[in-house]
Design a protein around this ligand. Structure first.
Ligand code: ADP
Ligand code: MG
Length: 606
């Protein structure tokens, strides 16, 4: 007897719902995105019991015909794309045609909808994928969508929901991600009868202020600085918070083509631009909007994933960093740049970089060039020389901030010189150790040098399973997504070798009972999350690559920070440990660790 058969649609839809509708917040996101795709300019959101009892979205969008209203609940039914090629040219939020059948499979759904030119509208009720009513109805133009008793027929999922306050917070986070890209739409948000947000159509800056302004005494918008860059590859606009407004709970948002995204690498570009300006643990607010040709990005990864792949991440990273620095500089926020120019040569490690394969880019750094000084003369050739690792297409973007040439340069030093004098090491800007040598003056980045030392040491400890673990007094709990938990479990051995003692306490919850001794006071949860993000972002799967990522995140977190004053013996100790390394010019992430200002260059200055 044959035993294979097709699953009934209702079951298939329930399975799909597990992916698309994980919690009330994801359901709300799907509904509101549909309203926006339908051209709505006014959207009311009403939730009861954090969406458990009711999630309602009322819009003034285009509405649906009676047949379309019924069709909308079929699997893979969509009005938004019709052929595979459309996937690479998306102009709507939705395109999978999965949301409504998924919602209807796990809730009691009621839709009232009318197109503007129709005289009567449609009422449709569906419960657990079964149509229980379809009738003509009087209703305003647009669509009024009610989702009642989410997961009523999947008790396991219903139990899986967190407390109302957590679920409401998730919903509000999702709401932020939507309203911050649609300032021209009027949104209201009511929870358990209380109007929490009323956001009239406005400018972007006003919208940000309307959303976040209430919580601070100062106007939120007054602490924001414009960011702007127009290039052939990408245009960037938005706002960053001033360093003074940095907090432990910053509002940080990246959007690409109107879609929220999480992007740890671009996040690093922001932090890099603020390097040395923030107190430890404090981070800046940012609202950064990228737009680029949809063919150059891939949003088609997963319905609930917020990661987005870019065809040319490194170039965008460079453009973003340049734009951020320009903004900070324009508003006189950057204290002074000096040798920070080398930062522009940082290569973000969006792919796993084998430290042994990193070649020194041939770059002459003009350390007197101040990009924030807008009065210098144009010289595209000079710019290209300065930014050789960056492709030509950004030259046009940056052409109004071009450097002068023929100034002294800090040159590349292939081998760490053996003849440096340790007699009187001194510190420059609490960031570089200055070391006179026979050939000139060497600048050693204290943080990167220490990170390089720790990285080597950690790689050895991890591969020989000799990481030193330190018990923690009050174990912290790490709550993860299902994917991150799976990843954490896969990497458990490597993490343990590094010194992490992690116990699974619930399906996606772990308690961190021991941490690597190197970590000192750094936040272990943050480091673990960094590791997980780096690994999932780059998709690395070999143990060796995991070890690289673990060592990298730990050494980054544990290394002496920029901004720390060092005693002479601390400097000597660090320099000696660093000089003993084999491969010293670049960090494991491909960043330059030291540079030499040569004698002849110093002479040229006078
Ligand atoms: P997708 O958004 O991926 O197309 P959905 O399952 O979310 O798939 O929606 C299916 C279809 O239902 C949409 O393509 C759209 O035509 C229609 N639809 C859904 N919500 C609305 C709405 N609020 N107003 C008008 N049409 C809608
Ligand atoms: Mg949709």
């Amino acid at each position: 007897m044959d035993i294979i058969h097709l699953l009934p649609d209702s079951v298939a839809n329930q399975i799909a719902a597990g992916e698309v509708i994980q919690r009330p917040a994801s359901c709300l996101k799907e509904l509101v995105e549909n309203s926006l795709d339908a051209g709505a300019k006014h959207v009311d959101i009403i939730v009861t019991d954090a969406g458990r009892t009711l999630l309602q979205v009322v819009d003034n969008g285009m509405g649906m015909s009676p047949t379309d209203a019924r069709m909308a609940f079929e699997r893979h039914a969509t009005s938004k794309i019709s052929k595979a090629a459309d996937l690479f040219n998306l102009h709507t939020m939705g395109f999978r045609g999965e949301a409504l059948p998924s919602v209807a499979a796990v809730a009691q759904v009621e839709v009232l909808t009318r197109r503007r030119d129709d005289e009567v509208g449609t009422l449709l009720r569906i419960e657990g994928s079964r149509v229980v009513e379809q009738n003509e109805a009087q209703c305003p133009a647009g669509t009024n969508f009610k989702v009642k008793n989410l997961f009523f027929n999947t008790p396991a999922r219903r139990r899986f929901l967190k407390t109302n306050s957590t679920e409401l917070r998730n919903i509000i986070n999702e709401f932020y991600r939507i309203v911050l890209v649609n300032p021209d739409v009027h949104f209201t948000f009511t929870s358990d009868g209380e109007l929490l947000f009323d956001l009239p159509a406005s400018s972007l800056k006003q919208r940000i202020d309307n959303v976040f302004g209430k919580s601070s005494r100062k106007s939120f918008a007054s602490q924001l600085v414009d960011v702007k860059a127009e290039t052939a590859v990408v245009s960037i606009y938005g706002y960053i918070g001033t360093p003074e407004s940095a907090t432990k709970q910053p509002q940080q948002y990246f959007f690409v083509n109107g879609r929220y995204m999480r992007h740890p690498y671009f996040h690093k570009a922001v932090l890099t631009s603020f390097a040395g300006m923030l107190a430890p643990e404090q981070q800046p607010h940012y609202f950064i909007y990228l737009s680029l040709n949809p063919e150059l990005i891939d949003v088609n990864i997963h319905p609930t994933k917020t990661e987005i792949k870019f065809a040319d991440e490194q170039m965008i990273w460079q453009i973003l960093l340049a734009a951020l620095r320009e903004s900070l500089g324009k508003f006189n926020i950057t204290p002074s740049l000096d040798f920070d120019r080398e930062g522009d040569l940082d290569i973000p490690s969006s792919v796993n970089i084998n430290p042994d394969n990193v070649h020194a880019p041939e770059v002459r750094v003009n350390q007197q060039y101040n990009p924030f000084n807008v009065n210098h003369t144009s010289n595209p050739a000079g710019w290209e020389k300065l930014y050789q690792p960056v492709a030509h297409s950004i030259v046009s973007a940056a052409s109004d901030t071009l450097p002068e040439t023929d100034l002294p340069t800090v040159s590349e030093q292939a081998l760490f010189p053996a003849d440096i004098s340790l007699a009187q090491p001194s510190q420059y800007k609490e960031r570089y150790i200055l070391l006179p040598s026979a050939d000139g003056l060497l600048f050693l980045d204290q943080h990167r040098a220490h990170a390089a030392v720790l990285y080597r040491q950690l790689r050895e400890q991890i591969s020989s399973k000799k990481g030193v673990m330190q018990q923690v007094l009050f174990p912290e709990v790490l709550d993860l997504s299902a994917e991150d938990s799976a990843l954490l479990l896969q990497m458990k051995d490597e993490l343990r070798s590094a010194g992490f003692e992690i116990t699974q306490i619930a399906r996606n919850s772990f308690s961190v009972d021991g941490v690597p001794a190197e970590l000192g006071n750094s936040n272990p949860l943050r480091v673990l999350l960094d590791i997980l993000h780096a690994v999932s972002e780059t998709g690395v799967t070999t143990r060796e690559q995991w070890e690289h990522r673990i060592a990298l995140a730990l050494s980054e977190a544990a290394a002496i920070p920029a901004g720390k004053t060092l005693q002479e013996d601390e400097m000597r100790d660090l320099v000696e440990r660093f000089a003993a390394l084999q491969d010293t010019s670049y960090s494991a992430e491909g960043k330059r660790i030291y540079a030499l200002l040569s004698d002849s260059e110093i002479k040229k200055m006078f």
